[in-house]
Ligand binder design. Structure first.
Ligand SMILES: [Zn+2]
Length: 228
């Protein structure tokens, strides 16, 4: 540990964002016990898993996985809250690294050429200071050695999805994204990364935009959390 980081730890003691115990070294944001307790879906090795079923018939894709189960009262919800609303940007990247580390030996990331994070509208990004999906993507890309390309931009802000019906959600997210660098996407194996998958309508909009611009691209989807 460097003198500076030791000093930093003394001034700002690090605590687990789930249970509050103090943590050190590699644990950083989550203690080993809380990390072990986050429920893994195992979807990366389950073809036709419950997340993939949300996209069947909507657009062609190779594979889809949400790494952890997400529910409102879960440890993951506490982490998600802190990385989104309490400006713990490093936590988003840290969780991306954890996901990638667990996927490295599974083949899920094999053959992926680029990672494209789901973008955030620039107004929202300006107020938050970062896009958590991009931070998660950078954590994954860093571990897996895959380039992150911010190939999409949000054309308009979209409302929070939770209060809308399924039909309204599709309306709300349809045509939401535009492609930024089509030349970088042609023929590529693209992994779209987001923080959480609920109905899948945001990921569907992202995939549709990418496939419109690069019909020969192949799409995979990966999120940190996925609802039951
Ligand atoms: Zn803990």
């Amino acid at each position: 540990m460097s003198v500076l980081s030791a000093l930093g730890d003394a001034l700002f003691p690090r605590v687990c964002h789930v249970c509050g115990v103090s943590v050190s070294g590699d644990s950083r944001y989550v203690c080993p016990s809380c990390l072990a307790g986050l429920p893994r879906t195992g979807y990366h090795r389950l073809p036709d898993n419950a997340m993939e079923q949300r996209f069947l018939g909507l657009f062609p894709f190779r594979q889809a996985s949400g790494h952890f189960f997400y529910s409102r009262d879960s440890g993951l919800a506490l982490l998600m809250h802190d990385l989104k609303y309490r400006r713990f940007r490093g936590l988003a990247r840290h969780l991306g690294r954890i996901v990638a580390t667990e996927l490295l030996t599974t083949g899920f990331l094999t053959g992926i050429d680029i990672i494209v994070p789901v973008p955030m509208h620039f107004m929202k990004r300006a107020s938050r200071g970062y896009n958590q999906a991009e931070e998660i993507a950078r954590g994954i890309g860093g571990v897996a050695g895959i380039d992150v390309v911010c190939g999409l931009r949000a054309v308009r802000p979209h409302r929070t999805q939770t209060s809308l019906s399924l039909a309204r959600r599709r309306e709300n997210t349809s045509g939401l994204f535009a492609v930024r660098r089509p030349r970088h996407l042609a023929g590529k194996e693209i992994l779209i990364v987001d923080d959480v998958c609920t109905t899948g309508s945001t990921l569907t909009s992202a995939a549709e935009a990418l496939l419109d611009a690069a019909p020969d691209a192949r799409i995979s989807l990966l999120t940190l959390g996925v609802t039951f």
